[in-house]
Design a protein around this ligand. Structure first.
Ligand SMILES: NC(=O)c1ccc[n+]([C@@H]2O[C@H](COP(=O)([O-])OP(=O)(O)OC[C@H]3O[C@@H](n4cnc5c(N)ncnc54)[C@H](OP(=O)(O)O)[C@@H]3O)[C@@H](O)[C@H]2O)c1
Length: 242
């Protein structure tokens, strides 16, 4: 891990902030990406990141510029953790199109924009790799109102499978990390108060500590170059297996 140059998206809060903290603690040099400049700067200062690059991933050009900025500050890139994501609930029959757009734009298009911009830097990196944060919802659909979110996370698995093949000749490894509930504020933007309360309850009662998920990212990044983690899925032992 020592000196590994890592870009982490969605690092201003929750799991991304925990990943930033753990990787820097283990000796990585980190660049943090997120929209909220103040929160991002605070995490960067607290964790000793090399740089913070504020960017909205729904704007592909902005995302690409931020990746280049991060690579310039780190003097290259060895790894990208595509962690930024949004979660909304709603059935297809009565869901909000703006919610679907938010999830598709960040969880799928944002991840693609960051990845495309990062590939040239990773090609020049040392034992390079990409970690894409999916969800247990990317492996199976737990409830009807989660369908569109789960669809975006299924897309993360599919895109990662393709990328793993595409980037194999370049020696770039691609890992999918799929957690169940994690104790973060991911559910804060759920419109329906009851659904929001249910999500918060699930996260509180059955959620993994973000630091335990971050430890898995650290494990992937610190693995020998010959080891290619295809997928890691994890839930709290308090969460009933679906
Ligand atoms: N928490 C869970 O139970 C859980 C379970 C499975 C998977 N996950 C996945 O874990 C990842 C992290 O989520 P979390 O739980 O840590 O949620 P969170 O606390 O809400 O953090 C989400 C992060 O994504 C960033 N983000 C959102 N929209 C963005 C945009 N348009 N451009 C740039 N950054 C953006 C946010 O930063 P700004 O607000 O500053 O932009 C924030 O740093 C997500 O991919 C999520 O799907 C979470």
């Amino acid at each position: 891990m020592h000196g590994k140059r890592v870009l982490i998206t969605g690092a201003s809060a929750g799991l991304g902030a925990a990943i930033a903290e753990r990787l820097a603690h283990d000796g990585a040099r980190t660049a943090l990406l997120g929209r909220d400049e103040q929160r991002l700067d605070a995490v960067a200062r607290r964790t000793g990141a090399v740089t913070a690059v504020p960017a909205d991933l729904t704007a592909a050009e902005t995302a690409a510029g931020a990746v280049d900025e991060a690579a310039a500050a780190l003097d290259g890139l060895d790894a990208v953790v595509n962690n930024a994501g949004v979660f909304r609930l709603g059935m297809v029959s009565d869901g909000e199109i703006s919610d679907w757009r938010d999830m598709l734009e960040v969880n799928v298009l944002g991840l693609l924009a960051v990845t495309r911009a990062a590939i040239p830097h990773l090609r020049a990196g040392v034992h390079p790799l990409i970690v894409n944060i999916s969800s247990m919802g990317g492996r199976r659909v737990a409830q009807p109102a989660q369908g569109v979110y789960a669809g975006t996370k299924h897309a993360v698995h599919a895109v990662s499978d393709a990328l793993r093949r595409e980037l194999h000749p370049d020696g770039i490894r691609v890992t999918v990390l799929a957690p169940g509930f994690v104790r973060t504020n991911l559910g804060a933007y759920i419109r329906d108060p009851q659904a929001r309360a249910n999500m918060e309850h699930g996260q509180t009662e059955q959620g993994l500590d973000p630091r335990d998920v971050a430890a898995q990212v650290a494990h992937v990044l610190a693995s020998p170059p010959d080891v290619h983690h295809v997928e890691i899925a994890l839930i709290s032992s308090r969460q009933p297996p679906g």
